[in-house]
Design a protein. Structure first.
Length: 680
């Protein structure tokens, strides 16, 4: 006889029958539980939808006062007020140079990709390390109604921001140590600077108030300390842990791994006020002060409708284009050149193309920082004579007016690039970019066209078979392993081009070697990038084979393959710039980036131009194939020199390579910790 609950089973049962019976009971119990939870959850969702909004980007319900349901990558985290109490969120960014909070705020991985996540039950933190920044944030729960006064102390600098409610978007700066980056205070020292203490702020018991603290330390023993003076008291007190709580619980994230910070999705805006980077402010000021919006790197110029070359192809006659720096394939000259001697030819080594008007590359190099620097590392693009540039524009417009009278009028001469060839019998090649008023379409249109001036003549012609294609697909190639936060930064920088220009004709091909620190597919799906693909590889990181696999995946020979690097900040005109300087069967493009020094960022650059590098390389897919692609065997077990090897072969095969320093094209300083392997 078997007893189950109060039921007696007198029939003799086999072991198999008993097991089957129990399994059925368990399944029914689980099904009942799931149906019950679904009903409860549906009723909660219905109630929440009356008061809250749904974040369409990630499909989550934004936080309610009692319960928070968040999607973080593929994990669903249910949080309650109790689980979040008695501690605050603490995030760290390592290898951030500088003393001021703005140095932290300017870092490209701040605020959404901290190097380390932690929590603390004390608002008095001591941490001894060099070159780091931290963010301490969460909620304050006042125990009684009244006026509170907050004070802050830190070594080096810090800022304390407080919202008038639980909404992070309402934060205001209430206290700080520093403004220039040279300030600091001792522990328990709250009166060294007037701005260390806030005015009296009225808080109401039973409510919670979002606070956000930014702390920057350059070197030595550091500390951050936040205290308050409670109502009807003059005594400065530590804020007990029972009066604080986390903004969210990220303790499930393993230390050292980098994931997208879901705070970014919880807010109505991409940045809350304490995170508005100085570069954003300066950029807006610069845009407002411009006399004309049509500049070579502006979204206004890039957004203008094109004048197709076919519309103006009969304005000038064609002429042969055979510059003196071209090395004929299989020629005696090509055979005499030793390894890497092609990239040292004067035209490439000295970067001989000049332009007008002067661009921002000279401003970028006001502070040249690096080791073993040469003049070419510390100067901007050469500037061609203004009269020469104006002559080219006027000469072409005269020819245009003869063929299409009363059709176009010059609005702005945006850019003139000159590749001057001083050898007899040759001539000078120009790229002319102008914004034209079109009296037929009644708008402003853009014309970007290559021109040629034969040696010692006063005439212009079109270089034969040498024009660019405005809508060709550009494939960005990126190879990665365990650099999740920087991959996310790369995706965001590239996405900015699409957001600002609406250019859909580019694609990201990401070759990944089993990265475990980021959900690449999830990150790309969340991005606004118009096209992307992932190539998964296993084993040891192998850069040249990863590049070649990406190139082999491109099916259209009439598209451009653009090898890139990680840790980059792209200017808005980068896709357009690549198209303009890549000519099928004729020319590849190696844009020069600026390597930023530690602690320097896009709004305050200092560093040097990568004059000797060919790592960023754009070439038509058909030309990559013609060249045989990357030398996978030669660089199988190491890299460094693979870019020179490929560029050298391109030059010796009869191709031209255009080299220009590109304004606002930066490579961020970074640690090599965790790169290419699993070590963190």
């Amino acid at each position: 006889m078997i007893r189950i609950g109060n039921i007696r089973i007198r029939q003799k049962l086999t072991r198999k029958a008993i097991a089957s019976f129990l399994t059925t009971i368990i399944i029914l119990f689980l099904l009942f539980g799931l149906l019950y939870r679904k009903q409860i959850f549906s009723s909660r969702v219905g109630k929440l939808l009356q008061d809250k909004t749904i974040n369409n980007e990630v499909g989550e319900i934004v936080s309610s006062p009692l319960r928070v349901k968040r999607h973080i990558l593929n994990q669903v985290v249910n949080e309650t007020e109790v689980a979040l109490r008695y501690s605050a969120n603490l995030h760290f960014w390592d290898y951030v140079c500088g003393y001021s909070v703005e140095d932290l705020r300017s870092h490209p991985l701040f605020p959404y990709s901290p190097f380390r996540r932690d929590s603390t039950d004390s608002l008095f933190i001591k941490y001894a390390d060099n070159q780091f920044g931290a963010r301490l944030f969460g909620y304050i729960h006042p125990p009684s109604d009244g006026f509170y006064k907050f004070s802050i102390s830190s070594d080096d600098c810090s800022e304390l921001w407080l919202s008038g409610s639980e909404d992070p978007n309402g934060v205001q700066l209430i206290a700080s140590v520093g403004g220039t980056g040279k300030e600091w205070a001792y522990e328990e020292q709250f009166d060294k600077y007037p701005q260390q203490s806030s005015t009296e702020i009225r808080l109401i018991a039973g409510r919670k108030y979002f606070f956000d603290t930014l702390w920057k330390q350059e070197r030595g023993r550091g500390h951050l300390q936040i205290v308050w003076t409670r109502p009807f008291s003059s005594r400065v007190e530590a804020i007990d842990k029972k009066y604080i709580s986390k903004y969210y619980d990220d303790s499930f994230i393993e230390n050292g791994l980098v994931y997208l910070d879901h705070l970014k999705s919880d807010l109505r805006y991409p940045d809350i006020p304490s995170h508005v980077k100085e570069f954003t402010k300066l950029q807006e000021k610069l845009l407002a002060s411009r006399k004309t919006p049509y500049q070579r790197d502006s979204s206004e110029f890039l957004s203008l409708p094109h004048i197709e070359f076919a519309e103006v192809s009969n304005v000038l006659a064609e002429c042969d284009y055979d510059p003196s720096w071209i090395i004929k394939k299989d020629s005696e000259e090509a055979k005499k050149l030793g390894q890497y001697e092609g990239v040292h030819l004067p035209h490439y080594f000295n970067i001989s193309t000049s332009l007008h008007p002067e661009d921002q590359t000279w401003n970028h190099t006001k502070e040249c920082v690096g080791v073993s620097l040469k003049p070419m590392h510390c100067q901007g693009n050469d500037v061609t004579d203004g009269m020469s540039a104006q002559w080219v524009a006027n000469k072409y417009m005269s020819a245009l007016q003869q063929v299409l009278p009363n059709r176009y009028k010059v609005h702005t001469v945006v850019n003139v690039e000159e590749a001057k060839d001083t050898k007899q019998g040759k001539g000078d090649r120009y790229l002319l970019e102008i914004a034209l008023e079109d009296f037929v379409h009644k708008n402003i249109r853009r014309l970007s066209v290559y021109l040629f001036r034969p040696y010692k003549t006063k005439r212009l012609c079109y270089p034969k078979d040498f024009q660019w294609t405005k809508d060709v697909m550009v494939h960005f190639i990126l190879t990665v392993k365990n650099q999740g936060s920087w991959v996310q930064q790369y995706i965001e920088s590239l996405s900015n081009i699409y957001v600002k220009t609406k250019d859909t004709r580019f694609n990201l091909i990401l070759t990944d070697f089993d990265s475990f620190d980021i959900d690449l597919e999830g990150a790309l799906k969340r991005s606004p990038l118009p096209h992307w693909q992932i190539i998964q590889k296993t084993g040891k990181f192998h850069k040249t084979s990863a590049i070649q696999d990406a190139i082999d995946s491109i099916k259209d020979p009439n598209s451009i393959a653009l090898q890139t690097d990680l840790h980059l900040e792209f200017p808005l005109n980068f896709v357009d710039d690549t198209r303009k300087h890549s000519v099928r069967g004729k020319m590849g493009y190696t844009p020069l980036l600026m390597r930023l020094a530690c602690g320097r960022y896009s709004h305050k650059p200092a560093g040097f131009w990568e004059a000797f590098g060919y790592g960023i390389f754009g070439l038509y897919k058909s030309d990559w194939d013609f060249m045989g692609g990357m030398d996978v065997e030669k660089f199988r077990n190491a890299w460094g020199g693979e870019d020179w090897d490929f560029a050298d072969r391109v030059i010796k095969a009869g191709f031209e390579i255009e080299r220009l320093r590109v304004p606002y094209f930066f490579h961020y300083f970074h640690t090599k910790k965790g790169m290419w392997d699993n070590k963190f």
